[in-house]
Design a protein around this ligand. Structure first.
Ligand SMILES: Cc1ncc(COP(=O)(O)O)c(C=O)c1O
Length: 369
């Protein structure tokens, strides 16, 4: 395995920080008189009881998730949606106003949003127009020498003088284009880049492909993101997962807000992770519905192109995306207009819904003229 010094990648100010600690972390028994956290011991004003702070490290839930995904609990970070996982990772590894991230456009907007909020520069590399794949020849000159963090190490240790690209975000399958990113290209980036490589697998369950999680032991710089929002059908619970080597997770735990996951969400997460057969049934049904949408979209003359999809949505092209989008809205059919995204002129994105929803969408679109 290529050796990467995570200590040299993490923000220097995070390296020696201590995580927020509470008295409850020093006592792991379940029974006792808990008078340490200024809670309201009398109960809650609501019918359900919510008067105690939740477990800051979500140990019970992590144990079960780790078991299902075949990792160790200390290789797992849980966030308030994978949005929070992305945020905390950038916060831990990128110095505001100095370091950079790379993304491949068009892609999921949260990488850029999270970076910009923290004043982190986003190096935007376009995907190939023909197949929405990464052009690795174009990527590495963009990164330049700055990818090699060891060569930038200051004599004073852990100080990287120049701003460098610390994280490359790869969304696979990619939102909004719907395609998986080539395995060989990801492998090439993981091998040749000395910073963190994040593979966002929010839609992986729909692809039928092997998860990059199975390669976690091979690459110290590999970070895999997944979410309960898609195949599990738990978007409202706000529960995201980030898998990485335990050093990376340690730094994320150090800087996160102490109680980022509520007890209610922990309970929902436990229920979800014990219901994998229902998730599987959803996937089968959604893939069937996607085939229906694909077939029907291809029959409609307004539709110029239907892109292949490894996800639970379909990207398609029309002549006038704004007009079609507005027409659908006026018929109470809400899809996503991607017309102004790079490379996506004329493109709309539709999520695979229930049979009735999909039929309604197709029926309305057929009547566009
Ligand atoms: C690629 C990708 N990653 C992550 C997310 C966000 O997931 P979460 O609901 O866990 O924040 C989305 C949401 O659409 C997404 O498309």
């Amino acid at each position: 395995m290529k050796k990467i010094e995570i200590n040299n990648l993490v923000c220097p100010h995070v390296l020696n920080m201590k995580a927020y600690s509470s008295a409850r972390m020093e006592y792991d028994g379940k029974d006792g008189v808990f008078l340490d956290a200024n809670e309201n011991s009398l109960g809650s004003v609501t019918s359900e009881i919510h008067n105690r702070y939740p477990d800051p490290l979500q140990s019970d839930l992590k144990k079960e998730i780790a078991n299902v995904y075949n990792v160790l609990p200390n290789q797992l970070f849980l966030g308030n949606g994978s949005d929070e996982c992305i945020n905390v990772l950038i916060q831990a590894f990128c110095r505001s106003g100095l370091d950079k991230i790379v993304q491949f456009s068009p892609t999921f907007s949260m990488y850029e949003h999270a970076a910009k909020v923290m004043n982190i520069e986003v190096v935007d590399v376009l995907l190939n127009e023909s197949d929405f794949q990464i052009n690795t020849n174009e990527l590495f000159p963009t990164l330049g020498k700055s990818t090699n963090t060891s060569s930038l190490k200051d004599e004073n240790k852990n100080e990287i003088k120049q701003g460098v690209v610390k994280i490359i975000f790869i969304c696979s399958p990619n939102n909004p284009t719907g395609n998986l990113i080539n395995k060989n290209d990801i492998e090439f980036i993981l091998t040749n880049f000395d910073g963190l490589v994040v593979i966002d697998e929010a839609y992986q369950d729909f692809s039928g492909n092997e998860s990059w999680l199975n390669r976690l032991h091979e690459f110290q710089n590999l970070v895999v993101i997944n979410t309960f929002s898609k195949s599990f059908g738990m978007a409202d619970a706000r529960l995201g997962m980030l898998f990485a080597n335990s050093e990376i997770i340690h730094f994320m735990n150090t800087i996160k807000m102490p109680y980022n996951i509520t007890q209610h969400t922990i309970q929902l997460g436990l229920e979800a992770i014990r219901n994998l057969s229902k998730k599987q049934a959803f996937i089968i049904e959604l893939l069937k519905e996607k085939r229906y949408l694909n077939t029907e979209l291809n029959k409609i003359s307004t539709v110029k192109k239907v892109y292949p999809s490894d996800t639970n949505f379909i990207l398609f092209e029309v002549d006038d995306a704004n007009a079609v989008y507005q027409y659908l809205l006026s018929n109470q059919v809400i899809i996503r207009n991607r017309n102004s995204a790079p490379l996506l002129k004329g493109c709309l994105r539709v999520s695979v819904g229930t049979k009735q929803e999909n039929e309604k969408f197709i029926e309305v679109l057929k009547n566009y003229n």
